[in-house]
Each structure stands twice: as structure tokens, then as C-alpha cells.
Design a protein around this ligand. Structure first.
Ligand SMILES: [Zn+2]
Length: 373
């Protein structure tokens, strides 16, 4: 078993000091694999004067050139033939551009180990039959969106009695079925099976407002949970409204804040980040996060805002070890959370505009010459 397998099969979800060596080894192995298999990636590393062997210690991770997610939306890089790609996901592509990510078989096994460990740690695996209300897309064979697949897969953590979808595929398009959701919640409140609501925070908020508007309250059976996720875009817009959302859920569904879990992930970096009881996203052992200066791209210390650089050796199918998102974030020391978890936690502040991204790609020199669009 390679370093990647050992890292993803480890027992401790947040033990960074204990996994440092293994993480760097897995990154080095993956980097060497991508360097040998993907000519475009090799050209990028050659141009930056970087060789996979340079990854020897944690301090070297920042030297590995991060690839902007925007690049993956324009170029499809691959290090494996299509027949090895078993599981295919895409970003939502609201702007018309999408990233495509294929999972190799090893990555699928790692992903499974990671998901089971995380879901076990957060108490989501249960033998109790459960009704699922998906605040997102109904699966459809033409839809490969990562958020839809994650939501559907999470309905297997406890045996499903029923699955109800907010966005139903009818006559060739997705339509929001708000009435169907309200009726399902009415039924859920009358029976004994726990209920799990899964999906976008914004839809949950709209649903709670709808119930309030109609003066409806549906207290959910004990053991009911809410699992929120669906990308960073939704997240930072909702962030300010989180305490309000928790209060709405308590009022309308009688589900306590402790039973509301949030996750985030990005298609190009399919590591799942779970919130802790204080709703902070600590970095699991499967990834490392660096914050980089928006202009110079130099790594920044804790507490300073910059571009979020995500690293993981999960995928072998494409060179996605170190990606630079167009999100602004701050990394905080683990102890500052107060929940007891010592792994650093990431706060996502928002998305930078196209101007800043182009600046990053073009470099500081162009910025100074005033050639920004
Ligand atoms: Zn915490």
C-alpha cells in the first residue's frame, strides 16, 4: 500500500503532527506520478523549476506550484486513460464553465475510507430507518454534479424509508417542488422514523420562511438531523445568516443546533470538510491548506486573509494535488476555536473578483503596469 492509502486509512481524523511525514510522502509520490504521466503538468513544473523530489518536508508543500481552479475549467488535464476513471463529477458551472473530475479506483477506496471515518466520527452512521428530504437535485442520468452525487450517497448512511427531492426532474428540466416538501414534512412530523434533511443552506432557509409565512410548525421525531453543504458559493453568502437559520430550524422543526452539521467541498478538491460543534471547519489529515497573498502568492501566516490554496494527494487521475481557488479565506490555529480540536480551521470570507484572479495569473508585474482589466 502506498503512502496515499496509509494516509486515508489512518484512524485519527485531525492528527496533523502524527501524519505530517505520511502526507508529504503521499504528495511526493503523487507528484512524481503526475509529472511522468501528464505532459501539460510537467511543463508547468519545469517552467517553475520544480521537481517532485523537492517535496521532502511540510515546509516544501508551499513550493509546489498551485494550479488555479480557473485553469481546470478551461483545460481538462488527465494522467490516466478514460477506462480507469470510475466516478465522474462536475462543478455546477453556473458561469457556463465546468471542471470535470474523474476518480481513479484507488481514490474511490480512499474516498470511501475517509467518508466512513468522518461520518462515524460525527455520529451519522445509524441502523435506524430514516426518511430523507433532499434540499437539492433529484438524481438524473445526465446530471454529474458533485453536490447531487454527495447528497444521494449520504442517504445510505442510515437505511432509507423514503427520499423526497426539492428539485425534481420533470419534462426535461429541474423544478422546485416547494409544495411537495411541505407535505412531506407534514407526514414526517406524524410518524416515528427520524428525518434527515440534506442539501443547500439557502433552500433550507427558503423552506423555513415558507413554513413561517404559512404559520406551520412540524416538530420532527427525535434523532432527526440536518446535513448542509453544496459548495463555497452558498456558504459564504449564508454565513452571516447561520445563527438565524439555526433559530428558524429550532422554531419550525424543533431540531436543535447540535443536530445540524455542515460540510463543504469543491469539485477539484473532493475532501469533505465538516464543521465542529462551534461550526468551524478544521482541516482533516487528508489535506493541508495554505493562505496566499493575493498579489505575490507568497504563503501567509495564521490570521491573515488571502487566496485559499488546497492540497491533497487523493486523486491520481489528474494533477490536482495543489489547487488555488478564487476564494478568500483565513486560517486560524486549532486552539483558537475552543472545541478541543487542535487542527487549524479555515474561515472562508468570500470570492475574489475576476480582476484579482487575472492579477494572480498574470503576476505582480502586469498589475503594476496598470494593465488590469
Ligand atoms: Zn472547533
Amino acid at each position: 500500500m502506498g503512502a496515499r492509502g496509509a494516509l486515508f486509512r489512518g484512524r485519527a481524523l485531525y492528527d496533523h503532527p502524527g501524519t505530517e511525514e505520511l502526507f508529504v510522502q503521499a504528495m511526493r509520490e503523487n507528484c512524481a506520478f503526475q509529472y511522468a504521466r501528464c505532459p501539460e503538468y510537467r511543463a508547468i513544473l519545469d517552467q517553475a523549476g520544480f521537481r517532485p523530489e523537492q517535496l521532502q518536508g511540510p515546509e516544501d508543500l508551499g513550493e509546489l506550484p498551485p494550479i488555479p481552479t480557473l485553469y481546470f475549467k478551461r483545460h481538462h488535464l488527465s494522467s490516466m486513460a478514460g477506462k480507469h476513471a470510475l466516478f465522474h463529477t462536475t462543478s455546477s458551472g453556473t458561469s457556463g464553465r465546468r471542471s470535470e473530475v474523474n476518480f481513479d479506483f484507488g481514490a474511490l477506496l480512499c474516498d470511501l475510507a475517509m467518508s466512513l471515518r468522518a461520518c462515524g466520527t460525527h455520529g451519522l452512521i445509524s441502523p435506524r430507518p430514516t426518511r430523507y428530504v433532499i434540499l437539492g437535485y433529484q438524481p438524473h442520468r445526465g446530471n454529474h454534479m458533485g453536490v447531487m452525487k454527495s447528497a444521494f450517497l449520504s442517504t445510505f448512511l442510515a437505511p432509507a424509508v423514503k427520499r423526497t427531492y426539492a428539485l425534481r426532474f420533470r419534462e426535461g428540466e429541474y423544478r422546485l417542488d416547494q409544495e411537495g416538501l411541505v407535505e412531506e414534512l407534514r407526514r414526517c412530523a406524524r410518524q416515528r422514523h427520524p428525518v434527515r434533511l440534506i442539501g443547500f443552506p439557502s433552500y433550507l432557509h427558503f423552506l423555513m420562511q415558507e413554513l413561517e409565512h404559512r404559520g406551520l410548525r412540524f416538530p420532527m421525531p427525535s434523532g432527526s438531523k440536518i446535513l448542509l453543504g453544496g459548495g463555497w458559493k452558498q456558504f459564504y453568502r449564508q454565513q452571516v445568516d447561520k445563527p438565524q437559520l439555526y433559530a428558524e430550524v429550532k422554531e419550525r422543526l424543533d431540531i436543535p443546533e447540535a443536530a445540524i452539521h455542515e460540510v463543504f467541498s469543491v469539485v477539484e478538491h473532493p475532501i469533505i470538510y465538516w464543521d465542529c460543534p462551534r461550526h468551524h471547519f478544521h482541516i482533516p489529515v487528508y489535506s493541508r491548506v495554505l493562505i496566499r497573498d493575493v498579489r505575490t502568492l507568497k504563503p501567509l501566516p495564521y490570521g491573515q486573509p488571502g487566496l485559499v490554496n488546497l492540497m491533497t494527494p487523493l486523486l491520481k487521475s489528474a494533477p490536482l494535488m495543489s489547487i488555488l481557488t478564487d476564494d478568500l479565506g483565513v486560517l486560524h490555529p486549532g486552539e483558537s476555536c475552543g472545541c478541543g480540536c487542535t487542527a487549524p480551521w479555515l474561515e472562508v470570507l468570500g470570492r475574489v473578483g475576476m480582476t484579482e484572479i487575472k492579477t494572480c495569473a498574470a503576476g505582480a508585474e502586469e498589475y503594476q503596469r496598470g494593465e488590469r482589466e
